[in-house]
Write a protein that binds this ligand. Structure first.
Ligand code: AMP
Ligand code: MG
Length: 410
């Protein structure tokens, strides 16, 4: 059986980015740029003042205090065309305004004294080039300002906007079909009778797809018969990605893999050495990824987190598709039976001083949803690991995009 890492690697090897589209910069936050973007001009575009103050020739200010005649005024937004700073003079200037020719320094207004309307006294030493933003100092025309694969965050928006970009090329967000299977399922909103289970996975997976930045398309429920599976799976395969839940273990009504094969989906693997979530399957229809997740609500969300989310991020061009791990100290004993599988523990994270602590959020059986709700992170316990004692260190990563870290909880 594939290890956790092998299974994830095998998935990622088979995933490529979706095509790109041009969208408005105003809507590009969180998306990933599909092309390098070069600066169309120098930034700043002209030498300008970094302060409100006076443009001077530094050589006129060898001795302080020194008194200069104020011959001109350049407010922000004005042109400096034709304004020449004569020797022994100063030009009043505002932040961002272009420097007059002849000036090689700006003296902030705080370092001056206004003697009369026409003269200024400079009280601090003046270094050549001080308080000037030089043309091209930040970015030169032609320089790459944002590389392909960069996530558009507010700083990238700022950079692109300052160069006048209205549209930007980003990777398309894949449409992810979500299909639940099982005769026991009833739709959300109804009260379950004997033997009935509310279909919570569809909405949970849709929320997870959305959180990853992709677009969920709900297909509904396939019943445990061949015809219904054929119909719904065929529908699901029209999307960019298909994610199914349940019906993928070895039960006699577990039809998902059988019918996917009939529909031309090539199975890449079935089962990975993980707990929970072992019966997960991954296949490809041409290049379209198909994830068959187990039905237990906990297993389906954890396998989504560990396998589907990285794949979706890769499709959307992200470079870092696996969440960073860090070490945390177990708060409590974990009665982990030694196994050849990687175990995912649902935990709460606490910080005390510089140390992170992992508190198991309760019983870890895959049927128990409450511990999932209480979990802010997942501890990844490698195979071969037996019971763990409080005080031992484990690898953890956050779970979901909303970080909850309890400070000094005890
Ligand atoms: P299965 O993988 O079909 O054996 O299902 C495993 C468990 O997950 C069973 O208890 C199912 O009732 C439950 N389950 C399957 N599908 C869903 C779903 N869509 N929503 C909530 N629970 C489900
Ligand atoms: Mg079932």
């Amino acid at each position: 059986m594939l290890s956790f890492e092998q299974a994830r690697q095998l998935i990622l090897e088979n995933i490529s980015t979706t095509g790109s589209e041009q969208i408005s910069l105003a809507e590009a936050g969180g998306r990933v740029l599909a092309e390098d973007i070069a600066a169309p001009w120098d930034m700043p575009l002209w030498d300008n003042s970094a302060m409100d103050g006076y443009a001077v020739r530094s050589s006129d200010c060898g001795k302080i205090p020194c008194r200069l005649e104020v011959t001109d005024y350049i407010p922000a937004g004005a042109l400096a065309d034709g304004v020449v700073l004569a020797p022994g003079c100063a030009v009043k200037i505002m932040t961002g305004a272009p420097l007059p020719s002849g000036a090689d320094a700006v003296v902030p207004v705080e370092e001056t004294e206004m003697g009369t309307e026409t003269h200024v006294t400079i009280n601090e030493l003046v270094k050549p080039r001080q308080h000037i933003r030089f043309r091209g100092e930040d970015v030169l025309a032609g320089e790459c300002i944002t590389a392909a694969g960069t996530i558009v965050r507010p700083p990238e928006v700022s950079m692109l906007a300052s160069f006048g970009r209205v549209l930007v090329p980003v990777y398309r967000r894949p449409i992810v079909a979500i299909l639940s299977t099982g005769d026991e399922l009833i739709e959300v909103g109804r009260t379950p009778g004997a033997g009935e289970i509310v279909n919570s996975n569809t909405l949970a997976l849709a929320a997870a797809v959305q959180e990853a930045g992709a677009i969920p398309r709900i297909i509904g429920i396939a019943r445990d018969n061949h015809e219904s599976h054929l119909d719904k799976l065929r529908e699901g395969l029209k999307a960019d990605v298909l994610v199914t839940s349940a019906g993928v273990s070895a039960g006699d009504r577990d039809l998902v893999r059988i019918v996917l094969e009939e529909l031309g989906v090539k199975q890449i693997f079935w089962k990975a050495a993980i707990k929970p979530g072992k019966p997960l399957a991954f296949g490809l229809k041409d290049n379209k990824p198909v994830f068959s997740l187990p039905g237990n609500p906990v297993s389906s969300l954890i396998t989504f987190e560990e396998f589907v989310r990285p794949a979706l991020l890769r499709m959307m061009g992200q470079r870092q598709v696996i969440r960073p791990y860090f070490r945390a100290i177990l708060r409590d004993d974990v009665r982990n039976k030694e196994s050849d599988r990687t175990t995912f523990l649902r935990i709460r994270l606490e910080r005390e001083g510089e140390l992170f602590y992992a508190a198991t959020s309760g019983k870890q059986q895959s049927g128990l949803l409450k511990t999932m709700v209480n979990a802010a992170a997942i501890a990844v316990i490698p195979p071969g690991q037996g019971p763990l004692a409080a005080g031992e260190e484990v690898d953890v990563h956050f779970f979901g995009d909303y970080i909850e870290l309890l400070e000094e909880a005890r």
